[in-house]
Ligand binder design. Structure first.
Ligand SMILES: [Zn+2]
Length: 269
């Protein structure tokens, strides 16, 4: 079974509260699964970068593990078209999109693709110093294209709108690879101290060090920190010596190191 099919099957068979918060550029559903009871304290989102699809499988384990306070919305696959491109190739998109993508990616191999089906990198498409990043690109392609304007991509707009609706107290985004945690985005000192304390807890539970990336902008985490003023984290799972895309064989170690992270976040928030 392909990864997106696995995500769809998981969603369909999930018996608790669930919601389709939007659709991708190619019309695929964007799934959200609620775990726990009461106030929605967090959002945990996965696979926004296509080739990092292994994180969706980590999402299933987080859902099975559960939370310790309130409830968390889990979004196992925030870039379904991209994940299908990266795992099953260009035949998974509609004919006009296929023509466009074949021009963007002349080599024809999509296994390292990060963007959505329009060649927009969703994690630089958020309104948080948009377009000012050191590695931003301004033409469609496999990665780092910021889009024509902030939230131009259906997937990032849907994630943005869903987050505003939920009003979480924290968000956590799962990426690969490198085994590190990003937690800062130009917070003023008080919020920086608050967020670092929570980041240090994440460091303790995962064993991953904290990092700063001041020239990286326009991400979901960046927007959550800057606009919602909540603690927000990007966790890069998987050892840096592994090659992209990380496969199922890396999952055991990833789960072992990260299984408790979301549940712990609900305790300390
Ligand atoms: Zn990523």
């Amino acid at each position: 079974m392909g990864i997106f099919e696995e995500v769809s099957t998981f969603f369909e068979s999930y018996r608790g509260e669930k919601y389709i918060y939007g659709h991708s550029e190619e019309g695929r559903p964007l799934y959200a699964i609620r775990v726990g009871r009461g106030e929605a304290v967090g959002i945990s989102q996965y696979s926004i970068h296509a080739r990092e699809w292994v994180t969706a499988l980590l999402g299933f384990e987080h859902i099975r593990r559960g939370v310790r306070k309130g409830s968390v919305w889990f979004l196992p696959c925030t870039n379904p078209d991209g994940v299908l491109l990266a795992t099953e190739g260009v035949q998974t998109v509609s004919a006009p999109t296929r023509d466009f993508l074949e021009k963007c990616n002349i080599c024809g191999d999509f296994s390292l693709w990060k963007a959505n089906a329009k060649g927009v990198d969703l994690n630089v498409n958020f309104p948080a110093k948009w377009g000012k990043g050191a590695e931003n690109r301004f033409t469609a392609g496999p990665e780092s294209y910021v889009g024509e304007f902030p939230l131009c991509a259906k997937e990032s707009k849907a994630l943005h709108d869903f987050t505003l609706k939920v009003q979480p107290q924290f968000t956590v985004s799962w990426h690969s690879k490198g085994e590190e945690i990003y937690w800062s985005f130009h917070q003023p000192p008080l919020r920086r101290a608050r967020d670092k304390k929570i980041a240090l807890m994440l460091q303790k539970t995962t064993g991953y060090p904290l990092r700063d990336a001041p020239n990286s902008v326009g991400g979901y985490k960046d927007w959550c920190i800057e606009t919602l003023k909540i603690p927000a984290f990007t966790v890069e799972v998987g050892r840096s010596d592994l090659s992209h895309p990380l496969g199922r064989d890396s999952l055991g170690e990833i789960i072992q190191k990260n299984i408790d992270a979301v549940a712990r976040l609900t305790e300390v928030i």
